[in-house]
Write a protein that binds this ligand. Structure first.
Ligand code: PAF
Length: 290
């Protein structure tokens, strides 16, 4: 295939994909909102390792921001994004205009399941409808492919997997591990909003998740106790304002009465202007029953 290119229309992308498929190439899709960092690079690397052709989409989707959120301030840097994509072996950056992608938005409302109503869905009631609309459009445009999503947005990953299952789409969702700074802070485009003090305190989120995960590993089965441990740790940071702390089943996203084997621990927290989310798997160690 030809080298790195940037396409802005669906027509161009589809004709590229048609050629790639007729040459027998498998397709990897990495949907992003740009301002790419090492977390995105790890998704691109997974796709280039596993698939013949990698498409990175860049589109800051207004529908997933509520009117009081940071859509207009959301960081953008297309020239650095293109460099990162090229460096990591991307074949095509698909950067559509709003007009271009809008025509592919589903015309009937997407029915979202219960998983979209809790945690992120409760704090940001229109968020997942917006994510689902644009992700469905990208899947419709790209067609049969593997799509790579970060585990940092664990609830989004769950929602996207359910969308694919419910609509029987020819897409395989691949979840990729969260990439962290040295002190544990999850890489995120929104980390640029942090002041120096907020940045140094923000690693408390990862520390708190680890405290929770260690307690689960030792055999603690009470979700309330795990939540309190996480909260108490975060509260040692004066700049952290907790939005939610949660313990959910890793696949159904339901809140268990008691932790049986494995759960996902979730946090969302504001540090000044930055709203940060993170999560960690937590598993009971064999033989740790209370
Ligand atoms: O995770 C993101 O960056 C966005 O939510 C996504 C999946 C690209 C949809 O706009």
């Amino acid at each position: 295939m030809s080298s790195f290119q940037v396409l802005t229309t669906v027509k161009e992308l589809r004709s590229y994909l048609e050629e790639a498929r007729s040459a027998g190439s498998s397709i990897g899709l990495v949907p992003t909102m740009g301002f790419l960092h090492e977390g995105h690079a790890s998704l691109i690397n997974a796709s280039t390792d596993q698939r013949d052709v990698t498409i990175v989409s860049i589109y800051v989707n207004p529908l997933q921001f509520s009117p009081d959120e940071d859509f207009s301030d959301y960081p953008r840097d297309i020239s650095s994004d293109l460099k990162l994509c090229d460096k990591h072996g991307t074949d095509v950056v698909f950067a559509p205009s709003e007009e271009e992608i809008k025509t592919f938005f589903p015309t009937t409302p997407i029915h979202l399941r219960e998983v979209t109503k809790t945690f992120e869905g409760e704090s940001r009631p229109t968020h997942f409808q917006g994510v689902a609309t644009v992700v469905m459009a990208l899947f419709e445009i790209v067609g049969e492919s593997h799509a790579y999503f970060g585990e940092k947005d664990f609830q989004q990953l769950t929602v996207v997997k359910q969308l694919v299952e419910d609509h029987e789409l020819p897409i395989k969702i691949v979840g990729c591990a969260t990439v962290r700074e040295e002190d544990g802070l999850a890489k995120s485009s929104r980390n640029v909003y942090l002041s120096a003090d907020e940045r140094s305190q923000s690693s408390v989120l990862y520390q708190a998740l680890k405290v929770g995960a260690e307690a689960v590993s030792r055999g603690e089965t009470s979700t309330q106790i795990i939540e309190s441990l996480i909260r108490e740790t975060i509260e040692t940071s004066p700049l952290a304002k907790i939005d939610y702390v949660g313990v959910v089943d890793s696949s159904s996203f339901e809140i268990p009465n008691k932790i049986v084997t494995e759960v996902r621990l979730l946090v969302a927290c504001n540090f000044g202007q930055a709203r940060l989310i993170d999560n960690l798997p937590a598993k009971k160690k064999v033989g740790s029953d209370h």
